[in-house]
Design a protein around this ligand. Structure first.
Ligand code: AMP
Ligand code: ZN
Length: 471
């Protein structure tokens, strides 16, 4: 299996440290608000990566943090504490906010068929681990105290900007304009490991430490939670591209300074979900959630399908029209699978056909998790010259990775008996009619509706897609 490694800027063969086993770390959500569907694009694609590794026979252990302390509105250690901002907004305590939005996050994940990682660790439960690593960094001369805070000294490293050739766009979130300089820092790139002198007098969560009562910086939590649960050698670390700098750059700096050797071999970054006005982000105030999609009548799995139609290393533009197109395609797919499930004479699985198509699927996924090509293989299965049993076996097999609920949705549809008895001729006319409607050729669409009626069927558009019923 090959993946693009942000560290080397190359698509490389993925070779874990220990044959057959994978240690995988994912930056988790900052739980001060709902996850938006952009955040969830990252989690969907990481879920596909994890599931494909498992599908490929690898034994994956995946760890994710929950950021419930220390993440400021600028990733460069300035601005307000995001958790405190959330608590003020809702007149609740920080821990109430953390609990509410952690639950909301996992509820969204469940709706999107995103598997919960093997270990989920809230930062507030790992304070002792942070203190241990920060103390060691001070001892080794990589960290210093200034103005009451503890900073990582980036000048002590041979190379700090390890992901050097990232795009300007990727830097945008981390390095915002107009943030005030912290005069305690010896070097511009230095970052906070532990805050005691914070400008937030009302910082709710504080802990005793050798440097006074305070709280950890954001970056240290991922390094510590990863090392604690996955050991000194990490195979793969994931996140959105906005995490490349400064977050992941800082994680590497402090982890490798602490360990004294290379820490993580592969860095997997998902590109952003954008709207027509740029990156979807919470700070802009307007963002879309899974609940909003549901309110508008979309199955969350349609959004997952929409994400899978594009490669994770390309920016993806969200518009309602694009989502509608994904919905139409998804509904048709389910419709066609429902016809297979309803087929009384499914036959026996044809091993040769099965292996051949499975290989095509693996080939697509092996090429840097090319989900859009993998979906093309799914259509090839439907068109293949083989029986229903083989097709259904393949669809079920691919869906272990894609997780778009194909068999379950098709069985439900078949149960509703909406498709079972509809002749292929009527189906073809209905598809032609839909294409005419899309092209706004309503005269042709009406003509086709009449033809369908002449064959004894009624066709109409519903929120769930095209519905065909016997007259
Ligand atoms: P946060 O909760 O802000 O810490 O972000 C959670 C995850 O979502 C991180 O991996 C981010 O890199 C990622 N992310 C943030 N915005 C977007 C976006 N518009 N599209 C895709 N991923 C994003
Ligand atoms: Zn992280």
């Amino acid at each position: 299996m090959k993946i693009f490694n942000t560290l080397t800027h190359k698509v490389e063969e993925f070779v874990p440290n220990e044959a057959g086993k994978v240690s995988m770390y994912t930056c988790g959500p900052t739980v001060y608000h709902y996850a938006h569907i952009g955040n969830l694009r990252s989690y969907i694609m990481e879920d596909v990566l994890e599931k494909y590794m498992r599908y490929d026979g690898l034994d994956v252990k995946r760890v994710m943090n929950i950021t419930d302390v220390g993440h400021l509105t600028s990733d460069g250690d300035t601005g307000d504490d995001k958790m405190l901002k959330g608590a003020k907004r809702e007149h609740k305590t920080v821990m109430e906010i953390a609990k509410f939005y952690t639950d909301a996050f996992f509820s969204d994940c469940a709706k999107l068929n995103i598997k919960t990682p093997d270990v989920v660790a809230p930062a507030t439960q790992c304070i002792d681990d942070f203190i241990k690593v920060i103390s060691a960094l001070i001892e080794k001369g990589y960290a210093y105290e200034a103005g009451g805070n503890i900073y990582f000294d980036t000048s002590k490293l041979k190379e700090y900007y390890v992901f050097h050739n990232f795009n300007e766009e990727d830097l945008e979130v981390g390095v915002r304009e107009g943030v005030e300089e912290d005069s305690n820092k010896r070097n511009k790139a230095d970052f906070v490991l532990w805050f005691t002198k914070s400008k937030f007098d009302d910082q709710e969560l504080k802990w005793e430490s050798p440097w006074g009562v305070g709280y950890p910086g954001w970056h240290i939590e991922c390094s510590c939670i990863s090392m604690k649960n996955l050991g000194e050698y990490l195979d793969i670390h994931c996140g959105g591209v906005d995490n490349i700098f400064p977050h992941h750059t800082n994680e590497i700096a402090q982890s490798e300074a602490y360990l004294g050797h290379k820490w993580c071999n592969y860095w997997f970054h998902v590109h952003h979900l954008n709207t027509n006005s740029g990156k979807m982000s919470k700070s802009k105030g307007e963002f879309l959630t899974v609940s909003l999609l549901e309110e508008k009548g979309y199955d969350p799995l349609v959004y997952r399908f929409f994400c899978l139609q594009s490669h994770y290393r390309k920016g993806l533009v969200f518009t309602w029209e694009n989502l509608d197109n994904a919905k139409t395609a998804y509904d048709k797919l389910i419709f066609r699978i429902a016809q297979l499930t309803a087929d009384g004479n499914k036959g026996e699985v044809d091993k040769q056909a099965f292996d051949q198509l499975k290989n095509s699927f693996k080939k697509a996924m092996d090429e840097d998790i090319n989900t859009s090509n993998a979906i093309t293989v799914l259509y090839d299965v439907l068109k293949a010259d083989t029986n229903a049993a083989t097709k259904l076996a393949l669809i079920g097999d691919f869906d272990r990775v894609l997780s778009i609920g194909l068999i379950a949705a098709a069985e439900k549809l078949a149960d509703e008996k909406t498709t079972a008895d509809i002749p292929a001729e009527v189906m073809a006319l209905a598809e032609e009619r839909q294409a005419a409607r899309k092209a706004k050729d309503f005269a042709k669409a009406d003509e086709l509706r009449d033809k369908i009626a002449a064959l004894g069927y009624a066709v109409k558009e519903t929120r769930q897609g095209t519905e065909i019923t016997k007259l």
